[in-house]
Design a protein. Sequence first.
Length: 128
Amino acid sequence: MSATLNLPDHFELKEGFACYRPIREVSLDGAIELVDNAIRFCRDNGIGGLLADVRSLTGFPSPSVTDRFWFASRWAETSNGKVVLAMVQRPEMMPDKIGVTFATNRGLLVDVFTEEADAIRWLRSISK
């Protein structure tokens, strides 16, 4: 990773991982794209861990099971086994962790949390 890495908006580098905290109103597709781009940025720049705090993305309802399958598969493909993902989400947006199961079954090491401190603790415990 270059010392002069030009970080995207809402990105911060920590020791061993990146934090991405976007703030905006978007569609579900827009939110999925933002996280996908963050994963790609980390993958392409040798950053092995990503904390994506998406609690401030608004404008869409809780994703359906079909939606969760689709974005879990997409993010797993984008990660290509090179990025561990810890997501922080509002509780009403994640009634269960079926998306974690979908992503894990497709090769993405991921978990989802409601508190950033828990996500950071998990990410630090398993990051490469």
